[in-house]
Write a protein that binds this ligand. Structure first.
Ligand code: NAI
Length: 509
């Protein structure tokens, strides 16, 4: 029954030769497979073939492959005019319009044409693999094969087992993915599959904290870049992708998970989507753009000249205390070492998860002089501060001036459990853990998929282990407690490993 995915004459069919289909054709042909391709729009397949030829020629010119290999790859591509010509295929990959009925109709026709052991695969990004397969006569040979845009540059491909997918089908797709020089990751069907679920942690939590008034979108982008190590902030990313893509995908994932609060969409995205203020493609999104399409970014607020006479750091969080004291000594602050702050001291707290208000109230500190500093993330490129709602401006300015006195920029946000970076990264870790707990994918595969597909500096498990599972658990627990919102409840995978003091990668037998 099973096909030999390593056979040298393996023939791949690709239906739909738009942005995705043409990329899949290119990597399949470059990987040594014969490819048949078709598009319902007259001339579209020829345009795609010309485009692929140009891409492969360019790759040869840049030394990515030899001229002969590029020419041979182009020779392996044939255009076909009807579905009946897909009969010789060992696998057919669909990359047509994102519409359930159109896909079901296509596969319904196709399964009567191809041989019984031909694999049928969909590149859908948002529809359920199980649902597309449901009406097929042989749903066992059907799977998801989810590539990322632009295909030749994005090495990840998600191999998705639908409810009825046969093991041999996904195993063969893993082999075929590698032959296409991709890095395939296997998972079971779930809304948003793997990468698009994790991506919600980054964008949606950012939107939630901005809509709560904690920080501006510019602040969030700065903090995630400088503190979190992300190449782009969440709003910069949404500008590039476009809210016409991000917003419907977010609502779909939320609703497919039966309104799971962890994926709750946010109005600031929805209203921009409704208004057609989508990002770069509409020349206006969260950011505005100049004539050269450079985003207009407000200048960094100047650091105040004010300095405190002395500083007292709360020892409540021992690690944060040590980190902050070391920094304060380096920048020449006058530290008070008594058990209680004197009447003239700036009071600094270093919460993991808690907001500044809870710290001040629970530790019996003067909330007018209390400022919280995020010490969970590196402080070399930027520092994040927040006061309580009653912290005096003069004390806030003194803290800002002091912590910026070595030239490192400071972001001051409003009081919030988890500041900015703690909140967003904790959500990414929590979603990663929920994917592992539900057996959608293995922890190491989740990290691999996220770093390849989303370009994050770490996958959720590495992030969690670097920060410490126990501390990520603390951040989420504090958010859950302070907001009373089930959106922030720590996933049981994270909870157990935090309590046991073991790596988040620890599997369960
Ligand atoms: P596209 O609009 O660029 O290309 C779709 C192509 O399919 C068009 O050339 C169209 O003429 C053709 N087509 C439509 N119905 C057809 C049919 N019944 N038979 C044959 N050809 C047909 O779309 P794109 O972006 O390439 O997306 C294709 C699929 O890939 C969708 O399912 C999408 O969700 C998925 N996807 C898209 C990603 C992206 O970033 N654009 C990423 C991952 C998956």
């Amino acid at each position: 029954m099973a096909i030999d995915a390593n056979r040298t004459d393996l023939t791949v069919g690709v239906i739909g030769t738009g942005a995705m289909g043409r990329g899949i054709v290119q990597v399949a042909a470059a990987g040594g497979m014969k490819v048949l391709m078709m598009d319902s729009r007259p001339g579209a397949a020829q345009e795609a073939r010309d485009f692929i030829e140009k891409m492969l020629t360019r790759a040869a010119e840049k030394g990515g492959m030899s001229k002969d290999d590029a020419a041979a790859a182009v020779q392996r591509i044939s255009i076909v005019a009807s579905l009946s010509e897909f009969k010789p295929c060992h696998v057919v990959i669909e990359a047509i319009v994102e519409n359930l009925e159109a896909k079901r109709q296509l596969f319904g026709e196709l399964e009567d044409i191809v041989t019984p052991d031909c694999i049928l695969a969909t590149n859908t990004s948002s529809l359920s693999v199980t649902t597309i397969a449901a009406k097929l006569k042989t749903p066992r040979r059907f799977a998801g094969f989810h590539f990322f845009n632009p295909v030749p540059l994005m090495r990840l491909v998600e191999v998705i087992d639908g409810l009825q997918t046969g093991n041999w089908v996904s195993e063969a797709l893993m082999v075929i993915g590698r032959r296409m020089t991709r890095e395939p990751v296997r998972l079971t069907d779930a809304p948003g599959f793997l990468v698009n679920q994790v991506g919600r942690g980054f964008t949606l939590e950012a939107a939630h904290l901005v809509s709560e008034g904690v920080a501006t979108f510019v602040d969030v982008d700065r903090v995630l870049r400088d503190v979190g190590g992300f190449r782009m902030g969440p709003f910069e990313l949404m500008e590039l992708t476009g809210l016409d893509v991000t917003q419907p995908a977010s609502e779909l994932i939320y609703n497919q998970f039966f309104q799971e609060p962890r994926y709750r969409p946010n109005l600031i995205m929805r209203s921009r989507y409704e208004a057609g203020v989508l990002g770069r493609k509409t020349k206006r999104g969260f950011y505005e753009y100049d004539a050269e399409m450079k985003p207009i970014v407000p200048a960094e607020p100047a650091a105040p000249a004010a300095r405190p006479e002395s500083v007292w750091v709360s020892p409540a969080e021992s690690q944060g205390y040590a980190t902050l004291v070391q920094l304060l000594k380096k920048i020449g602050a006058r530290l008070e070492i008594a058990a209680k702050p004197s009447a003239k001291a700036l009071i600094l707290v270093t919460p993991v998860g808690d907001d500044a208000t809870s710290c001040a109230v629970e530790q019996g500190l003067d909330p007018k002089r209390t400022i919280a500093v995020d010490t969970l993330f590196p402080m070399a490129k930027r520092r994040t501060l927040m006061g309580t709602p009653v912290t005096d401006r003069a004390w806030r300015d003194a803290a800002h001036g002091l912590l910026a006195s070595d030239g490192v920029p400071v972001t001051v946000c409003r009081d919030s459990p988890g500041f900015i970076a703690q909140r967003i990264v904790a959500m990414i870790v929590n979603i990663g853990c929920s994917i592992a707990q539900s057996r959608t994918a293995q922890p190491a595969d989740i990290d691999q998929a996220v770093t390849l597909g989303l370009n994050y500096p770490n996958g959720p498990f590495k992030f969690g282990d670097v920060l410490g599972a126990e501390r990520v658990y603390k951040v989420l627990s504090a958010m859950y407690r302070i907001y009373g919102d089930p959106r922030y409840r720590p996933n049981i995978w994270l909870t157990r490993r935090a309590k046991l003091g073991v790596s988040l990668l620890t599997p369960e037998p």
